[in-house]
Design a protein around this ligand. Structure first.
Ligand code: NDP
Ligand code: 2IT
Length: 445
């Protein structure tokens, strides 16, 4: 690793020794920048890496709320405003067990480079709380969201910080948070994206991350002499990203045969019945086992074993570090051609190395899942201009954006990567250069 980057990662390891996920993301990014830093020795004079790796601001606060029995519950919430050099902070809110500062710092760092790849003027941010919506009533979810916004409202705004959805935060939670923000501030503005279509949402935003992932994958396969036609795909997760990745994979000719949730996975050799899966997991908030029961297909109560299902294409779309070295080795052994990340950092460092060593096409999440935030960029534009886009316009633009991101990442891989398919380094270098140049132009801030 470049000496400057090595010094910075060593300092981060000492200072944030307990933040494993943040250090993992930082290490991957810094180790991708050897050629960039060789060409730009001036970055060290500007202390650019030290500044980039430190969030501009972190807000941590308590969220007290009343459960249905009248008892006061308390959660911890965060908003990490990581980098605003190219636009207002932008990134999702995550509600799930175990959310902590390390998770949200890694996500906000990834988001900073991802947003730079989209071409929109969006900085990087992420937030969330250690609140698990599973098993909570509608009233409990609403009271939690309202209490969270009663503090967070003063730190966000359409030109300041624009949250959206992520794990555990979908249309329902965005609606409650937007409603409370509007009530407190008296302003109807584009302060959130992922909003409902009747109050400023963008048609196609719900589908955009999964669809965008497949557009990126399709471009990557074509560039390397393959196509999606007839390919068997394994998709982890069955949430917002996974469901629409599976749906678009079908439309582009592939056959998704397995999906998971946090309890287990199902295999359906005839192809997952995606409308049934959407009905169970999105509309009814059910469990994936209900799919296995309804279709009489195998169910395995170990989600991480999904990577042992033989396939041509793997789409990790659930959560960070869900695909480890054992999973990567199983995929390689079974002849996988491509791995495209719908989730953020779903692949451990050892698994990334395994794919690289075996010349597997590997699309890193900060590039391949950028379709969601790109469509959020369209939603912000729509709200600012009081415009309306049709679903068709959005999908066409999304496809163009994803193809363009692939082209830029692929070009950057040629220049800065270890090989022409080193898309991990390509994405890191391309995103970093955009942010770095903006930071230098804006002086010591
Ligand atoms: P959702 O909450 O809609 O879905 C998450 C899914 O992952 C659920 O099906 C959940 O299961 C499952 N899951 C969670 N942990 C595991 C696990 N260990 N093994 C298997 N499945 C698991 O979240 P999203 O679909 O929005 O987000 C998924 C990923 O995509 C995250 O990494 C997120 O950061 C990323 N992402 C999201 C974007 C968006 O626009 N929403 C944009 C770009 C990236 P269960 O049903 O049991 O909870
Ligand atoms: O990880 C992500 O890119 C998201 N959760 C979407 C962020 C957004 O602001 O649309």
């Amino acid at each position: 690793m470049n000496a400057y980057a090595a010094r910075v990662i060593e300092e981060l390891k000492v200072k944030y020794a307990h933040e494993g996920e943040f250090l993992q993301a930082a290490q991957e990014i810094l180790s991708s920048l050897d050629k960039v830093l060789l060409l730009h020795p001036e970055y060290e004079e500007y202390s650019l890496l030290e500044r980039l790796m430190e969030p501009e601001r972190v807000i941590i606060f308590r969220v007290p709320w009343l459960d249905d029995s009248g008892k006061i519950k308390v959660n911890t919430a965060y908003r990490v405003q990581f980098n605003s050099s190219i636009g207002p902070y932008k990134g999702g809110m995550r509600f799930t067990k175990g959310v902590n500062l390390s998770t949200l710092k890694f996500l906000a760092l990834e988001q900073t480079l991802k947003n730079a790849l989209t071409g929109f003027n969006m900085g990087g941010g992420k937030g969330g709380a250690d609140f698990d919506p599973h098993g909570k009533s509608e009233g409990e979810v609403m009271r939690f969201c309202q209490s969270l916004i009663t503090e967070l409202y003063r730190h966000i705004g359409p030109n300041m910080d624009v949250p959206a959805g992520d794990i555990g935060v979908g249309a329902r939670e965005i609606g409650y948070m937007f409603g409370q923000y509007k009530r407190i501030t008296g302003e109807f503005s584009g302060v959130f994206t992922d909003k409902g279509l009747s109050y400023g949402g963008c048609p196609g935003r719900k589908e955009a991350t999964g669809y965008g992932l497949c557009y990126f994958l399709d471009a990557m396969l074509k560039k390397n002499g393959h196509s999606l036609e007839g390919k068997k795909a394994v998709v982890s997760g069955s949430g917002n990203v996974a469901l629409y990745a599976a749906k678009k994979a079908y439309e582009l000719g592939a056959l998704p045969i397995a999906m998971s949730d946090s309890n287990g996975f199902v295999v359906d050799d005839e192809g997952i019945d995606i409308e049934l899966m959407i009905d169970i997991k999105e509309k009814r908030r059910g469990r994936i086992k209900e799919y296995a029961d309804a279709k009489n297909v195998p169910y395995v109560d170990k989600p991480s074993a999904i990577w042992e299902v033989p396939c041509d294409i793997a789409l990790p779309c659930a959560t960070q570090n869900e695909l480890d070295e054992a999973g990567a080795k199983a995929l390689v052994k079974n002849g996988v051609i491509a791995v495209a990340e719908g989730a953020n950092m779903p692949t451990t460092a050892e698994a990334v190395k395994c794919f690289k060593d075996n010349n597997i096409l590997h699309a890193p999440g900060k590039a391949s899942n950028a379709g969601g935030v790109s469509t959020s960029g369209m939603e912000m534009g729509q709200n600012a201009l009081f415009l309306y886009y049709s679903a068709e316009e959005v999908d066409n633009k999304l496809k163009g954006i994803m193809e363009n991101i692939f082209k830029n990442v692929s070009n950057a891989a040629e220049v800065y990567g270890d090989s022409s398919i080193d898309y991990v380094s390509g994405a890191n270098a391309a995103g970093f250069l955009t942010v770095a140049n903006a930071m230098i132009m804006q002086g010591c801030v």
